[in-house]
Design a protein around this ligand. Structure first.
Ligand code: T4K
Length: 406
């Protein structure tokens, strides 16, 4: 790391960090415990197909979330597909557009039509006031997303779903360990789907889980996850191979053991950013609901464009030049991406939020020193907006465009 005072790298200085400091660095927990589990798996010779480590992981996840059933999957995208198929979704599914593309892709891949709903300007989750107007005779499900771990308006959505006789599911990919009105995410709707991807607060390399309190639904999903077979290996329905591997579950268990510390450090990181970013006029750090549990897995700022040319994309690029790999989660809105783009879409809040948000590095590997430096770089860039934006303007053609995966 360099010492202050200095020039920003986009203005000709040396990059602040000599190695990338990135969003999404995996949280792997105690390596010895993980390796011990791997040795046991290899000795046992059962590598997949609902082995003991997968079963233990499912049990631990269900306990942690306070739900009756957890069906692990090879990733959350497949988990969403299983859940949608198991509720019998056909026709149209109402989803937010301000999300990772997987939410819509999961539905679309099943031949369902995702109908995009705008988000509430305060919570940035699907707006229940707008959901109702989108329900048609073809609607069979609402799929909310607890974006960045902030829960949807679960009770209002439940009421709407009930009144219209449609299924309610939640994409809880970001929300492990979060609560809504003191109730743990996991128990809402007919089912919720978590992601245990490498970049998540609990990871199993790749992985996910469908969780539910509905026994019949759980049995259906469990069977569909395994080619549609029942416990006697009789094929009862259409199915997929959506199983988590034993070694994935071993990482999941190890990462789950580290989860209390993960939350503690993430919260500390969030508070550090709050302190260090305060008073920068263009920057709003998205807050969390007081009194609720959070995993603080995503530290997200909104960048208000100014007359000197500071924008989210300018800041993204200026940070990248310093070796700070932030992410434009989630931008652009899914409704603007192929294969969903259509002139009829009107989602002004999503458009505005998606053009302004930037996720900053956090997690147990992120130090206070790094947070101070990243915040100082943001402050410097915002304070030198004209020079920074001019410098980047002529290089604009070389900017990578946001895809939601950057
Ligand atoms: N619903 C929502 C709301 C979601 O956000 C997601 C996934 C899903 C559903 C579907 O869940 P899964 O089917 O994936 O279980 C990443 C993840 O791949 C994706 O799981 C996640 N959301 C999304 C928000 O982020 P990318 O394309 O941004 O990943 P990538 O490769 O650009 O990496 C992001 C950052 O993480 C980089 O800074 C590098 C770092 N990283 C990544 C990996 C994979 C590491 O340091 N180590 C690693 O192993 O999608």
């Amino acid at each position: 790391m360099n010492q202050i005072p200095r020039d920003l790298a986009v203005l000709g200085g040396a990059p602040w960090f000599d190695r990338p400091v990135a969003v999404g660095r995996p949280i792997t927990g105690d390596r010895q415990r993980f390796m011990g589990r791997v040795h046991e798996i290899l000795d046992r010779g059962q590598l997949s197909n609902n082995g003991p480590v997968v079963q233990e992981f499912e049990q631990r996840v269900a306990e942690a979330l306070g739900v009756r059933h957890c069906i692990s999957t090879c990733n959350a995208t497949t988990g969403l597909q299983l859940a949608l198929h198991a509720v019998g979704a056909t026709g149209e599914v109402i989803v937010p557009s301000l999300t990772f593309v997987a939410t819509a892709h999961a539905a679309s891949w099943l031949g369902l039509r995702p109908v995009f709903c705008d988000v509430d300007p305060v919570t940035r989750t699907i707006d229940p006031d707008l959901v109702e107007a989108l329900i048609t005779p073809r609607t069979t499900a609402i799929l909310g997303v607890h974006l960045w771990g902030r829960p949807c308006a679960v009770d209002r959505l439940a009421k709407i779903a009930h009144n219209h006789g449609v299924a309610l599911l939640f994409d809880a990919a970001h929300a492990f360990g979060c609560t809504a009105d003191g109730r743990a995410v996991g128990g809402f709707g007919q089912a919720e789907v978590f992601s245990f991807h490498a970049t998540k607060v609990v990871n199993s390399f790749e992985g996910g889980a469908v969780v539910t309190n509905d026994e019949e639904f759980a049995r259906t999903v469990r069977s569909m996850r395994n080619f549609g077979m029942d416990e006697e290996r009789q094929v009862r329905s259409l199915g997929l191979n959506a199983k988590m591997s034993e070694v994935g579950a071993a990482m999941g268990l190890t990462s789950l053991e580290a989860f209390p510390r993960t939350i503690e450090v993430n919260m500390r990181n969030f508070l550090a950013y709050q302190e260090e970013l305060s008073g920068i006029p263009q920057i709003t750090l998205l807050d969390f609901q007081p009194g609720e549990s959070h995993n603080y897995g995503y530290v997200v700022i909104e960048v208000t464009p100014d007359e000197d040319g500071i924008t989210r994309d300018v800041l993204f690029q200026a940070l990248r030049a310093e070796n700070v790999i932030s992410q434009r989660y989630f931008s652009p809105g899914v409704h603007t991406m192929p294969p969903y783009a259509a002139p009829a879409h009107r989602l002004p809040i999503t458009d505005r939020v998606a053009s302004r948000v930037l996720a900053l590095p956090t997690g147990p590997d992120t130090t206070r020193q790094e947070i101070n430096a990243i915040s100082m770089l943001i402050r410097l860039a915002c304070g030198n907006g004209r020079a920074v934006s001019r410098r980047l303007q002529h290089a604009r053609s070389t900017l990578p465009s946001p895809t939601g995966a950057q």
